[in-house]
Design a binder for this molecule. Structure first.
Ligand code: ATP
Ligand code: MG
Length: 429
């Protein structure tokens, strides 16, 4: 026997037992975005490497060490997308969408980063992503945060906490960067290795360091909020009052800087204590310079990304996931004429009861075997079609989870009868 082929490190299959939690999250995602009239986009998984270098920035974890990049057979430099914002911004520019004015968009799908795999941190992972282009804010900032809050509540995660900060304008940030650089230089020899390197490239990122010694130095660093320009401060205060008005609790976190270069003004993260070190389930911010930086007409933007794996882990942990996908009805078919008729009946039932979850027996077997399978499937009812029933145009209907007499039902009336028994409202497609 040849050796089995393992999946790549940090890459996972979603197994049938986990699918319901994923579907639950994705269904509510679609519904919540629809409730705010956001439109879905689907952008490519591969893009020119240049796109990410130019938008995310050279001194970020992603561009420094996490991108899956390669040169293809035609010498194109290609990268598997590590995040969605850059691609979304590229897409609204290259499709001329900014001419339509303001855009509220979302997308969902796999992202790729070559990180050290651990619980909640993978090399292929999935994000739900929201973006708004053409709005100065702070009202849209509040809307996007409210939308994320509603989605978290919808999937049963109301205990996640909102951390909020403002990075100011690009100019204010440059000034702050210099103050910070001065401050950290005095401690250069005590900083961890990554932070020492960032001192020259991107000292803001030192605020994000997980090293305990560096964190102690960070605690005394000048605060970003103190360096804010007046317009950014007003923007921030108005956002906070929108959130208070909507009853959203938040915590102002002056050290929150976010790992990507393109952010300006509002930045935020939703954090949980229930996932250990990988506690950020959603993160985002304003990127007013990004579209221009990518060659589009200067357009403000803001967005967030939610890590689907982390949300699914929480859903499973907190037990808010729906039960496994079980059939409601199992169709027992004994004998060839019944099998042939059974497939037709099943299709008709699915036509008249689009919400019915019906599993058909496959692979033959006698009554006893098929009933055992019906029981194991978790179905509430079995429909039995044997040769005798098939010949008479009827089916037997039997409850599997409670005592009740078996009833006989004309095949043509099964849809209606099941609808009544299972409380389905039949809406034919
Ligand atoms: P960190 O500092 O933890 O690396 P980040 O700033 O790189 O986070 P973002 O780029 O903001 O993360 O991504 C948004 C969200 O996507 C994160 O809050 C997280 O929930 C999720 N995420 C990011 N990277 C991964 C990954 N490698 N595996 C699983 N989920 C991830
Ligand atoms: Mg990261």
């Amino acid at each position: 026997m040849s050796k089995i082929i393992e999946p790549l490190r940090g890459v996972h299959d979603v197994l049938p037992a986990q699918s319901p939690a994923w579907q639950f999250l994705e269904r509510h995602t679609r519904e919540v975005f629809a409730a705010y009239a956001y439109e879905e986009m689907r952008v490519p998984i591969i893009e020119q490497t240049q796109l990410f270098r130019r938008s995310i920035g050279d001194f970020t974890d992603i561009v420094e060490k996490e991108m899956f990049s390669f040169t293809d057979q035609g010498d194109d430099q290609i990268t598997l997308r590590p995040e969605a914002t850059a691609g979304m911004a590229r897409a609204v520019i290259s499709n001329g969408m900014l001419r339509e004015g303001r855009l509220r968009l979302w997308c969902m799908g796999p992202m790729f980063r070559r990180e050290r795999p651990q619980a909640g941190r993978y090399r292929q992972f999935h994000q739900i992503d929201a973006e708004a282009f053409g709005f100065e804010g702070p009202d849209i900032d509040a809307e996007l945060i409210l939308l994320s809050a509603r989605l978290l509540r919808r999937v049963g995660l109301s205990g996640v906490k909102l951390h909020l900060n403002s990075l100011g304008t690009a100019a204010a940030r440059t000034a702050y960067r210099e103050r910070l650089s001065e401050y950290f230089k005095a401690y250069e020899s005590t900083l961890d290795e990554d932070s020492r390197r960032r001192l020259h490239g991107n000292p803001l990122r030192i605020l994000d360091s997980k090293d305990p010694d560096t964190q102690r130095i960070v605690a005394g660093a000048p605060s970003l909020l103190e360096s804010l320009d007046p317009a950014s401060l007003t923007h921030f205060e108005r956002l906070c009052s929108h959130l208070r008005g909507a009853g959203i609790e938040y915590h102002v976190e002056p050290r929150l800087v976010r790992g990507l270069d393109y952010y300006t003004r509002t930045v935020f993260e939703w954090i949980t204590d229930d996932l250990g070190a990988q506690g950020t389930v959603c993160a985002g911010g304003r990127y007013d310079g990004l579209v221009a930086q990518l060659g589009g007409a200067a357009t403000p933007g803001i967005g967030w990304a939610m890590g689907q794996e982390r949300i699914v882990m929480l859903i499973e942990k907190l037990g808010s996931a729906m039960a496994r996908e079980r059939p409601q009805v199992y169709l027992v078919l004994v004998g060839e004429p019944a099998e042939v008729l059974g497939f037709k009946v099943a299709e008709q039932l699915r036509d008249v009861q689009p919400r019915l979850k019906l599993q058909i027996n496959a692979g033959g077997g006698n009554f006893k075997t098929q009933f055992r399978r019906a029981d194991k499937s978790g179905a509430e009812y079995a429909i039995v079609l044997g040769e005798d029933e098939a010949a008479r145009g009827v089916a037997a209907l039997k409850a599997l989870r409670r005592e009740s007499a078996q009833e006989e039902c004309a095949i043509g009336a099964l849809g209606e009868r099941l609808g009544a028994l299972l409380g389905l409202t039949g809406v034919a497609e």
